[in-house]
Design a protein around this ligand. Structure first.
Ligand SMILES: Nc1nc2c(ncn2[C@@H]2O[C@H](COP(=O)(O)OP(=O)(O)OP(=O)(O)O)[C@@H](O)[C@H]2O)c(=O)[nH]1
Ligand SMILES: [Mg+2]
Length: 441
């Protein structure tokens, strides 16, 4: 590739020409998705970074080769294509081993990016908050560290390069590796610091008895669009995979006037790289703390069922599937895109389950009902409160014993300190009846 030495002067307006290949590993596939659907998704991912995608294609792989994954016939065929069409980047939609990636790069004389690399690249472009950026940097560096290939991510950008095409040559590798190690150490300690600050904020927030409601779901399902509608805000919502990366939180009033905190989060995807799951654990801390989890689904998507399974498995990886199950709402979004027949059938189905709702974040259909469902769920939920009831308020104390589950009680100088598990609705009744405002534990 001729333009390698050029560190900063690459024409930024000219898009890098790329192709997307989805290897169909016939014998090994356990996925319920078709190869075509998977190729489309990979294509969508590639479009999420600014590349000129000249071709996207499925390649059947009957016997994956450890050294190159693909057979030599296919490699030769694409070598010619890559050369003739001035392709600079080849996206191979699977997890390549470092050796496979390196060998393919050498054969094709082009940059090869696998699925993990691509997702990391998108995340790198999208992260906005300090913590988000640090986490992406860390995930990228660990990924890069494992590969003896020319680096193309943040390191270069920070040296003033033009994205992943302006990289240094192989001789730079040793220096890069040392730089990477030093940066990993620094990033980890920076992250610790940011995490501590977040933890402080979070415990401050816990004192505020506002329940947290988190939107989760497959990327592009419509979480941010729903969030914007409900909070009357304007976060980035776009027909782009991984439009949202950093969580956003806003207050919303429920029909009764009670306030909740709604949080919009990063979307999930099938085969989410494990490195990234680990690094996004902290970003998804709000999800962990949520009183209600809202699974937003694009029911107009042909793979909506497979996507649901993917979301469930990511939630499982994040240890979020256990406690929250009863407090989960499933939002069947994009109802406006459904043919009339399917829409009415889904309407009936969702009517059978009180925690399922058919709606359209675009037209607003069903969205009021959404808040009512959140309210119902919260009303039914028990929260642990801790507070002191003055001795003079005997009636308040016995009311609590009647309505909640007292976990602990201590006699202080001026009153009884009590730790109680009680429903949100009763807690609200209690504070309006007796004028004592409890703190959530
Ligand atoms: N027709 C229709 N389009 C919708 C609806 N909800 C969202 N969209 C579109 O779907 C695309 C993705 O919406 P987002 O809200 O960005 O999706 P997201 O779940 O936040 O996606 P990520 O942030 O990438 O995880 C956008 O083009 C939206 O306009 C809907 O109810 N109907
Ligand atoms: Mg979003």
């Amino acid at each position: 590739m001729g333009s390698q030495q050029n560190d900063g002067g690459v024409d930024r307006d000219k898009k890098v020409r790329a192709i997307v290949l989805h290897p169909e590993l016939k014998k090994f596939s356990t996925s319920s998705r078709s190869a075509e659907a998977r190729l489309e998704e990979a294509y969508g991912l590639a479009l999420a970074i600014d590349l000129d995608i000249v071709l996207h294609e499925i390649i059947k792989v009957s016997r994956p080769k450890p050294s190159t994954l693909l057979g030599s016939g296919i490699i030769d065929k694409f070598h010619e294509y890559i050369h003739d069409n001035e392709i600079e980047v080849v996206i191979v939609d699977t997890a390549l081993t470092p050796v496979q990636q390196r060998n393919l790069e050498n054969s094709w004389e082009a940059k090869v990016i696998d699925r993990t690399g691509l997702i990391l690249e998108i995340f790198g472009e999208r992260a906005r908050t300090k913590e988000g950026k640090l986490q992406v940097d860390l995930a990228q560096l660990s990924y890069q560290r494992s590969r003896l290939v020319r680096s193309w991510t943040h390191l270069e950008r920070q040296r003033g390069g033009a994205g992943f095409m302006g990289g240094p040559g192989e001789r730079q590798l040793e220096i890069d590796r040392r730089l990477i190690d030093e940066r990993i150490v620094r990033l980890k300690s920076d992250l610790e610091l940011v995490k501590k600050t977040r933890e402080l904020h979070r415990s401050a927030r816990r004192k505020v008895p506002f329940p947290i409601v988190s939107l989760v779901g497959y990327t592009n399902a419509g979480k941010s669009t729903l969030f914007n509608r409900l909070t009357q805000s304007d976060v980035f919502a776009e027909n782009l995979l991984f439009a949202t990366l950093d969580p956003t939180m806003r207050r919303v009033n429920l029909p009764s006037g009670r306030e909740i905190i709604l949080s919009d989060t990063v979307g999930f995807i099938s085969e989410l790289p494990t490195d990234l799951i680990a690094s996004f654990r902290a970003t998804l801390e709000e999800v962990r703390e949520a009183n209600v989890l809202v699974h937003v689904r694009d029911v107009s998507h042909e793979d909506t069922d497979a996507q649901k399974e993917d979301v469930k498995s990511v939630l499982k990886d994040l240890d979020l599937d256990r406690d929250i199950q009863d407090n989960m709402i499933e939002v069947w979004n994009k109802s406006d895109l459904l043919p009339e027949e399917i829409k009415s059938s889904l309407e009936i189905q969702s009517g059978h389950n009180q925690n399922t709702l058919l709606c359209s974040a675009i037209t607003g259909e069903g969205c009021d009902e959404f808040l009512a469902i959140v309210e119902q769920l919260l009303d039914a939920q028990n929260l642990v409160y801790e507070f002191e009831v003055p001795y003079s308020d005997g009636a308040a104390l016995s009311w609590l014993h009647d309505h909640g589950n007292v976990l602990e009680q201590k006699h202080h100088e001026d009153g009884v300190w009590i730790s109680i598990s009680i429903s949100q609705a009763d807690a609200d009744k209690f504070s309006s009846k007796f004028g004592i405002l409890p703190d959530v534990d």
